[in-house]
Ligand binder design. Structure first.
Ligand code: GUN
Ligand code: FE
Length: 425
C-alpha cells in the first residue's frame, strides 16, 4: 500500500457542504482516506508540506483533442470550416503512430502542468491506439475515442472512412481500452460532427452507446456555416436532427452549442444532454459567444473544455475559467457567471457531465485522489480572510501556480517536475 500525507494546506473540497478548511489530506493507494486537522498516519511513504498552499480537486475538461497539440499556431486567423479544411484535417491526416503518441503525450503533459486531471478527448480517424497508449503510460484519466468521419467530399482522402469500418474500428478500440486500469480510461464514441457523418453511422453510434453504456462526444452548433450545412443536408437544425435520430440523451456530450434556438435548448434540457462550453475556442475561431447564463437559467448542464490546442492556443483550464467568468459580464452584469459557479463547472460539474461524480470532481473521503496543489503567493495582496480563495483562483491563477498534481493517488508532477508512471509514488 502507498500513502501520501499532504499537510497544513488550505483545502477546497467542493463537497456538498462547500467545505474550505485548513488541514491535512491523506491518500491511501488511489483513494482519499481522510481529510482533517492534524491527521496522523503510520508508514507514510511521502509527506508534502503544503503550508501556504491551496489544494483543489483536479480540473475536468469535457472537450479536448490531444491529437491537435502539435498544430498550434498553424491557422490562427481562420474561422472553423476553413480552419478544418485548410489546416487541421490535412495535419490530422499526416499523423502517424509515433507523431500521434507524442502529440497526445505533450498535451497530457501540459494538462498535468496546469492542474487538469481528467479529460473528454476526441482523437483523429487513424492510429487512436497510440493516444490510448499515451494515456495509459502517463497515468492520466480520460474518456477518449477515435474520430468518426464517413461523409463529406472536402475531407482529405486519408480521413474518409467507410461507415462499417469506422464502426468496427471504434468497437475494437472500445473492447481493448474501455475500463482500462480499473476505469481510469473509458471509451467514448466520437462522431466528429453531423457535417462529417452519415445518418447510418450516427444511428449505429446511438445503438452502440446504449449497448455498451458509453458516452458519445461530438461537436454541435459551433459555427453558423456548420449549421447551414446541416440544415441544407438534413432539413433540420443541428440539435433537432440529433434528437430526431435518437442521439440526444444523457450519454451525449455536445461541445460548443454557440447557436442554439429555444427549441434546441428545450431538447437539450429535456433529454439530459451535457453541454461543453469552450469559450477560448469560440472566440478565437470567431464562432460566437455561447449563451451560458441562459442555459444555466434553464437548468441545462454545462461544463468546460479548452478544445484542441490550436483552437485557442492553450490547454490551460485557468484561462478557460477566467474567460467563462468574464465573457458575459458586459451583457448580463458582473454577477452573470460568478467565480464559484465557474469553478464548480471546472471540477464537480465536469465529473457530473461524465457520470463520475461518485468518483472524482471533489475532495471527499472514498473518492479517487485526483488533485492539484497551488501556490498563489506570488501576488502582493493584503492577507485577508475576507477573500474567497475560489475567486482568487478563477481571477488570478495561472498554470505556473500549480506546484504538484496527483492523479489516481499517483504524483504525476511534483514542484513542476513531471514524473513518469514508474517514478511516481
Ligand atoms: N468541428 C468539427 N471538428 C472540429 C474540431 O476539430 N475542432 C473544433 N473546434 N470544431 C470542430
Ligand atoms: Fe473540438
Amino acid at each position: 500500500m502507498s500513502q501520501i500525507l499532504i499537510k497544513n494546506a488550505q483545502i477546497i473540497t467542493m463537497d456538498p457542504n462547500d467545505t474550505i478548511l485548513t488541514g491535512d489530506l491523506l491518500i491511501k493507494n488511489d483513494t482519499i482516506a481522510a481529510i482533517g486537522e492534524n491527521l496522523q498516519a503510520s508508514a507514510v511513504d511521502k509527506v508534502i508540506d503544503a503550508t501556504g498552499r491551496i489544494v483543489i480537486p483536479g480540473f475536468i475538461q469535457t472537450h479536448i483533442h490531444l491529437c491537435q497539440t502539435l498544430f498550434r499556431g498553424q491557422a490562427d486567423d481562420l474561422e472553423l470550416l476553413d480552419w478544418l479544411k485548410k489546416r487541421v484535417w490535412p495535419l490530422e491526416a499526416a499523423h502517424d503512430e509515433e507523431s500521434l503518441y507524442y502529440s497526445a503525450l505533450l498535451g497530457i503533459g501540459e494538462l498535468i502542468q496546469s492542474g487538469t486531471t481528467c479529460i473528454v478527448d476526441m482523437e483523429t480517424v487513424h492510429h487512436t491506439h497510440s493516444a490510448f497508449q499515451a494515456l495509459a503510460d502517463s497515468g492520466f484519466r480520460a474518456l477518449s475515442g477515435k474520430c468518426m468521419m464517413d461523409h463529406g467530399d472536402e475531407v482529405p482522402k486519408l480521413l474518409q472512412e467507410d461507415t462499417h469500418e469506422s464502426i468496427q474500428e471504434s468497437v475494437d478500440l472500445l473492447e481493448k481500452w474501455h475500463n482500462y486500469d480499473n476505469g481510469r480510461i473509458e471509451y467514448a464514441f466520437c462522431p466528429r460532427f453531423v457535417v462529417s457523418c452519415t445518418e447510418e453511422l450516427l444511428v449505429n453510434v446511438r445503438d452502440l452507446s446504449a449497448k455498451y453504456d458509453v458516452k458519445v462526444h461530438t461537436h454541435a452548433s459551433e459555427n453558423r456555416g456548420e449549421i447551414a450545412l446541416v440544415e441544407a443536408e438534413r432539413g433540420m437544425r443541428n440539435v433537432v436532427y440529433l434528437d430526431h435520430i435518437g442521439l440526444a440523451n444523457e450519454r451525449l456530450i455536445l461541445a460548443h452549442c454557440v447557436w442554439l434556438n429555444d427549441e434546441e435548448k428545450e431538447i437539450i434540457k429535456k433529454r439530459g444532454v451535457k453541454v461543453s462550453h469552450c469559450p477560448g475556442s469560440n472566440l478565437k475561431l470567431a464562432s460566437g459567444i455561447a449563451d451560458v447564463p441562459n442555459m444555466l437559467d434553464r437548468e441545462i448542464f454545462v461544463s468546460l473544455g479548452s478544445d484542441g490546442a490550436p483552437c485557442n492556443n492553450t490547454l490551460d483550464m485557468f484561462h478557460e475559467m477566467r474567460l467563462a467568468a468574464t465573457l458575459h459580464k458586459p451583457a448580463y452584469g458582473p454577477t452573470a457567471m460568478k467565480a464559484r459557479k465557474v469553478f464548480e463547472m471546472a471540477t464537480i460539474g465536469g465529473a457530473k457531465a461524465v457520470g463520475m461524480e461518485d468518483k472524482i470532481g471533489s475532495l471527499e473521503v472514498g473518492k479517487k485522489a485526483d488533485l492539484a496543489i497551488l501556490n498563489l503567493n506570488k501576488f502582493h495582496s493584503y492577507p485577508s480572510s475576507e477573500v474567497d480563495p475560489i475567486s482568487r483562483i478563477v481571477y488570478t491563477a495561472n498554470s505556473g501556480d500549480v506546484e504538484t498534481t496527483i492523479i489516481n493517488g499517483k504524483i504525476v508532477m511534483e514542484n513542476r517536475v513531471m514524473k513518469t508512471i514508474d517514478e511516481s509514488i
